[in-house]
Write a protein that binds this ligand. Structure first.
Ligand code: BTN
Length: 276
């Protein structure tokens, strides 16, 4: 629920999600533990139900990567999309790149939302949304969206795309460590947004990015390269067994992060990043 305890999504809003986006089936809850957990349960349904959207107005146990929790308060968007990977033409070797594709779609949606009502002459002054490899979206140097892509353990033909976007919530209400590195749309602009408009736009961009003819094209690689938040920064990457430091040289065509140290460029397919 939002701060006023009135539902954020009316039945007309839910209908828009069904008619204006690529979603085939909607599972809506005022409150859930985690939309990803619910999506994992529903992933065993008949293939006709996909893409399936699990939407919660609030989560009591939102999950981030690893053992992290996902903080969000009323006014944020928390949702998960379940894809049937064969129908979506997403072969397993491409799954590591899916969070970057989701990140690109969210960047495009946020930029379009920020540009609404702005005169053409001022569009250049708007902040560019960036992908922080492998699964975050940043605006003005702060995290605005987290993405958690999971494969349901007993259903390898499904992918769960968990997405949290800070919209009308203020990071002033967040724990101290989050306040310093996060932001929300309303913190950035001072405006209030229709959660339905933001969600419809994010799903439309995601639907477009997942169109078979657009998947795995050079334009996608250019998109995540141009939007790479880490390029040129000194970073440390921890892949679970080893830590290495170096300068980020961008993201390659396979979605790997390139890190240069002493003239050698290492490719990383997974890891936790600290900007030094
Ligand atoms: C991260 O930044 O580590 C990823 C955060 C992902 C959060 C979203 S909110 C909707 C979905 N449900 C969850 O429990 N997590 C994801």
């Amino acid at each position: 629920m939002n701060g006023n305890l009135a539902p954020s999504f009316s039945s007309a809003d839910l209908q828009r999600l069904r008619t204006e986006t690529f979603i085939q089936h909607l599972d809506y809850h005022p409150q859930l533990g985690s939309t990803n957990d619910r999506a994992m349960q529903l992933a065993g349904q008949s293939d006709e139900s996909f893409p399936l959207l699990v939407l919660a107005e609030s989560q009591t146990a939102g999950r981030g990567r690893g053992s992290n929790l996902w903080w969000s308060s009323g006014g944020a968007l928390t949702f998960s999309v379940v894809l049937a990977t064969e129908a979506a033409q997403l072969p397993p070797q491409r799954w590591p790149q899916v969070s970057l594709i989701v990140g690109l779609a969210v960047c495009e949606a946020l930029e379009e939302l920020l540009s609404r009502g702005v005169p053409t002459t001022s569009l250049d002054a708007l902040p560019a949304a960036q992908v922080k490899w492998p699964n975050d979206v940043y605006l003005e140097g702060r995290k605005i969206c987290g993405i958690l892509v999971e494969v349901p353990p007993s259903l390898p033909g499904k992918l769960v795309l968990g997405i949290g976007i800070n919209v009308n919530n203020s990071v002033d209400d967040a724990p101290e460590e989050i306040q310093q590195r996060a932001t929300s749309l309303s913190d950035l602009t001072g405006h209030h947004y229709s959660l339905t408009d933001v969600l419809v736009k994010a799903l439309q961009q995601l639907g477009e990015r997942l169109e078979t003819r657009r998947l795995w094209t050079d334009e996608v690689v250019t998109g995540w390269r141009d939007r790479c938040f880490l390029t040129g920064k000194s970073i440390q990457i921890d892949n679970g067994t080893r830590q290495s430091t170096g300068k980020c040289r961008g993201i390659d065509e396979t979605g790997a992060l390139l890190v240069e140290n002493a003239g050698q460029v290492e490719k990383h397919l997974a890891g936790v990043i600290a900007v030094l």
